[in-house]
Ligand binder design. Sequence first.
Ligand SMILES: NC(=O)C1=CN([C@@H]2O[C@H](COP(=O)(O)OP(=O)(O)OC[C@H]3O[C@@H](n4cnc5c(N)ncnc54)[C@H](O)[C@@H]3O)[C@@H](O)[C@H]2O)[C@@H](O)CC1
Ligand SMILES: Nc1ncnc2c1ncn2[C@@H]1O[C@H](COP(=O)(O)OP(=O)(O)O)[C@@H](O)[C@H]1O
Ligand SMILES: [K+]
Length: 481
Amino acid sequence: MRGVWTTEHVRSAEERLLAVTPEGALMRRAAYGVSVRAAKLLAEHTGRVVGTRAVLVVGAGNNGGDALWAGYFLRRRGVAVAAVLLRPEKAHPAGLAALRRAGGRVYSPETAAEVIDSADVVIDGVVGLSARGPLRPDAAAVFERVTAPVLAVDLPSGVDPDTGAVDGPAVRATCTVTFGAYKPVHVLNPQHCGDITLVDIGLSGELGEPDLLQLDAADVAAAWPLPKPEDNKYTQGVTGVAAGSSTYPGAAVLTAAAAVRATAGMVRYAGPVADVVRSHWPEVVATGSIFDAGRVQAWVVGPGIGTGRQSKEVLAEALGQGVPVCADADAITLIAEQPDVLDARDPDTPLLLTPHDGEFERLTGSAPGADRVGAAREAARRFRAVVLLKGHCTVIAAPDGRVLVNRPRGSWLATAGSGDVLAGMIGALLASGLDPWLAAGVAADVHARAGQIAAGGVPTSASGILAAIPDAVRQARSLTP
Ligand SMILES: NC(=O)C1=CN([C@@H]2O[C@H](COP(=O)(O)OP(=O)(O)OC[C@H]3O[C@@H](n4cnc5c(N)ncnc54)[C@H](O)[C@@H]3O)[C@@H](O)[C@H]2O)[C@@H](O)CC1
Ligand SMILES: Nc1ncnc2c1ncn2[C@@H]1O[C@H](COP(=O)(O)OP(=O)(O)O)[C@@H](O)[C@H]1O
Ligand SMILES: [K+]
């Protein structure tokens, strides 16, 4: 698992490390890492390093100091370096002196147009861990001119380090070089960070428990249930699917099919379109009502069921069976509108809620806002449920405060019915006995892989994502990052 630490934690860890490290050593380690990545970027884009041109955009703090020292190291590799100082009086003195000594040139934003236009790489050292709010107008004007690839020092300036939120002009980097630890921005806003490199500055011993986690292929491979010699169809978990209606038969088919694709156990369908489900997926044991569905080890309730009286009875029945329940789509709206349905819940059985932003607002009374991790965590506590907040970077919070952030693989999942596929996979993993938070996390990971595989670079659909689930599991099992 990849650990991620808030800026507050990174800052206090850095303070402890700084106290036992010679002055300036950490910054030079960090800056050297920046220069190595910058040289690689230059080589990729121009075919050479010597004789290329780098522009540093330098703010008032240590982030600018990193950029200036990186410029110093690049000078020593034969790169022409120009530093654009946004606050000349506050530019890091030692970094600036080193760059000048090495032959770097210094500009103001007003005099820098020409060097920016001819840059082969631009290094964003405007602001780092101390960033608040969007780029200020002078920095924004500089980056508006930039056409060269941008390397962000620590994080892309203008993006909130702890939430990844963007509320105005911000740097969109080709790559980001960060130090010591991943920060929330790196997993919550990968689209602004580009490709991320973590430089070891000796911080790991000071960090403590991470605030957020991201799953690796190895975690997904280890968690994904496979049939064992002693298994039969029941021991792997029977998934119950209560989904679909005469208006939305497709939701039933997609949800049940995703459960079939995800694991080798049995899938029972209970609802008004049993014939449709059976005709598409003969391996599903389908019946008309949840009340005669037979035993299951987990229920998925909600996709396409509507929010009427009968749907409420179905949800209450699932919640009362003492098995984990994934409440998706209409089931979330039902809980929002008629919270007394939760009275049926066996207090000790896991509940998993999978809202998109609109459903989240219905459920909690407010939109997730900029702090999606905080919002999901709060909702998880309030409902004593695992909350999977959908989005480009899906956030999965457990009631005990654990949070996973899913790694997106493009935006291919933004297609009708893809949420039904996710719900079906989660149901199958719950039925297999996985911890609900982990079940949601590995399902979201495989869902994103399936979207990318199905798309292959062109738009896909929920049926495509569904068909790609086995290849997505195979990909994770071959430990492809
Ligand atoms: N402390 C350490 O041990 C290390 C720190 N390092 C670097 O130091 C950085 C943190 O440095 P600082 O704490 O000096 O602060 P920053 O360099 O992040 O910020 C500098 C100043 O910019 C101002 N600012 C805030 N938001 C702004 C915005 N939107 N636009 C323009 N200016 C804004 C703030 O008032 C702040 O004082 C890290 O991100 C990293 O790059 C590295 O050298 C590694 C070691
Ligand atoms: N821009 C995006 N990038 C990546 N994933 C996305 C994006 N938009 C939506 N998704 C994912 O697609 C799925 C959509 O689910 P949902 O909103 O329930 O759709 P539906 O109800 O049509 O099935 C979720 O898993 C969500 O995280
Ligand atoms: K930066």
